[in-house]
Design a binder for this molecule. Structure first.
Ligand code: GLN
Length: 480
């Protein structure tokens, strides 16, 4: 049975179809994995009772019987939905997110709720109000964030797939830290209906798995137009696994972003791993071009302003009146708002709300928010221009491998720079995948990213899959 822990969805599908194992046995096996191992890594905020999981899903479909975990900012009807925040401690989701509903329709077993940075704000998992998820590769280190629990659970072999959300890198950066595949789809490809908004113009649900094939399989289930999300694109559903044949398209051109790879503060082992990956891609037939995307140097600063501005607006709804926590000892309505928000939000969230309101405020919006929107526009144009010369762009996912807990406690700027390579995908709306591409001398995973133009998921998956067929990084597992 134990070889099931790190089995791919594809393997589990075969075992289920051949009746070597039943959906119930799989649900029991993986809930037992959580019972045995999650006290160490603390990836789940809740694991549901097996029968309720089986009852909630269809008994057929592409993902029939395949267990997974959902980040706790994506609604699962009648289950808790806390965003790892005290302000939503006792909140229950009243409906399914579209992604959740589609997974249930295809028979996926939704085992529980994954821990995260509070309201998806963070790069380390350290801002969760409830528990601190550990990296299964080294429990003294962070799993990355904000989809910390989603990453750690897959890396520890507790489930073969999870959903996270990615507003600035929260699927791809933890995927890199935990040796996983993580995709941030094109903005509008996956419905945002039923996710708790952080930065509405940037938020996308993403999938985390150990292989590219599995990732494409889950995205195929959740992607596609949804009338319930006004920003959902009019794209039909497709099977992203169909074109995964281990080959890359002939004549494929990949751009190495020089100002990203050789940016200040880059870990040398990350640079070497990316350079080696580029050689592998060349070996598969890709033509490599060296390109520059100057606006990328302003990505983290631009993201900082836009994400805080949108967060301040989105989080205004948590006022003690409609959702979650309400301070009962306040003498006036104003005090109730104040005390609820002060006690309910953690320090990181409060800081971001303050910054967001500041950058939007009269007299400052021109200097901050409006300028950030201009840089965002320039950056998008630079990427579009680059795609006239190359088909995909390669970049590191993060400047370093997983860091120790508390490493940036005194240096928040360094923490914010974690978003440097990832947030451009959110700011431009373009898709990007993170895949494993190496190990440091301390046996910590390193990840690379492939960026593509809007709605190029099929190409991204095809090339990433070919890379995995040619390498073994993704087959390495944490010792759990
Ligand atoms: N690290 C980024 C932040 O804290 C990304 C978060 C995300 O993608 N949800 O905002």
């Amino acid at each position: 049975m134990n070889n099931l822990a790190f089995a791919t969805i594809k393997d589990l599908r075969t075992k289920l179809d051949n009746k070597e194992i039943s959906a119930k046995e799989l649900a029991q096996f993986f809930t037992q994995r959580f019972a045995d191992h999650d006290s160490t890594i603390q990836s789940a905020l809740e694991i549901f009772q097996v029968d309720s999981v089986l009852n909630a899903s269809e008994q057929k479909g592409t993902l029939y019987g395949i267990p997974g975990l959902i980040k706790d900012n994506i609604s699962q009807q009648d289950r808790g939905l806390t965003c790892a925040s005290k302000i939503l401690q006792n909140f229950t989701a009243v409906y399914d997110a579209t992604a959740t509903a589609r997974l249930k329709q295809e028979g996926a077993l939704l085992l529980g709720r994954a821990n995260m940075d509070e309201f998806a704000m963070g790069s380390s998992g350290e801002t969760s109000a409830y528990q601190i998820t550990k990296n299964p590769w080294d429990t003294t280190r962070v799993p990355g964030g904000s989809s910390s629990g989603s990453a750690a659970a897959v890396a520890a072999g507790l489930v073969p797939w999870t959903l996270g959300t990615d507003t600035g890198g929260s699927v791809r950066q933890p995927a890199a830290f935990c040796n996983l595949v993580g995709i941030k789809p094109t903005y509008g490809l996956v419905s945002r209906y039923g996710i708790v908004a952080y930065g509405s113009s940037l938020d996308q649900i993403g999938v985390m798995t150990r292989t590219v094939y599995d990732n494409a399989l889950v995205l195929s289930v959740i992607a596609g137009h949804d009338p319930k999300d006004s920003s959902s694109l009019a794209v039909a559903k497709k099977d992203y696994t169909a074109s995964l044949d281990g080959k890359i398209p002939t004549g494929l051109r990949i751009g190495i972003v020089e100002n990203a790879l050789y940016a200040d503060g880059m870990d040398n082992e990350v640079i070497t791993a990316i350079e080696q990956a580029v050689k592998v891609l060349e070996g598969l037939g890709a033509t490599i071009k060296r390109i520059k995307l100057p606006a990328l140097d302003y990505s983290a600063a631009t993201y900082f302003i836009i994400s805080r501005a949108e967060a301040a607006s989105n989080l205004a709804r948590f006022d003690g009146v409609r959702y979650g926590l309400r301070d009962k000892n306040s003498a006036s309505l104003h005090d109730m708002y104040f005390n609820t928000r002060h006690d309910g939000f953690g320090a990181e969230v409060r800081t971001r709300i303050l910054i967001g309101n500041y950058v939007l405020s009269a007299g400052y919006a021109d200097a901050y928010y409006e300028n950030a929107k201009k840089v965002q526009h320039i950056m998008t144009q630079e990427f579009l221009d680059a795609y006239k010369e190359v088909d995909l762009v390669i970049m590191p996912t993060a400047p370093c491998a997983a860091f120790k807990f508390g490493a940036f406690a005194q240096d928040k700027l360094q923490m914010d720079l974690q978003d440097y390579f990832t947030c451009a995908a959110n700011l431009t709306g373009m898709p990007a995948i993170g895949i494993p591409c190496g190990m440091t001398s301390e046996q910590l995973p390193i990840g690379l990213q492939l960026y593509g133009k809007h709605l190029s998921e099929e190409l991204i998956y095809k090339v990433a899959h070919a890379y995995q067929e040619a390498t073994a990084w993704h087959t390495m597992h944490a010792q759990i």
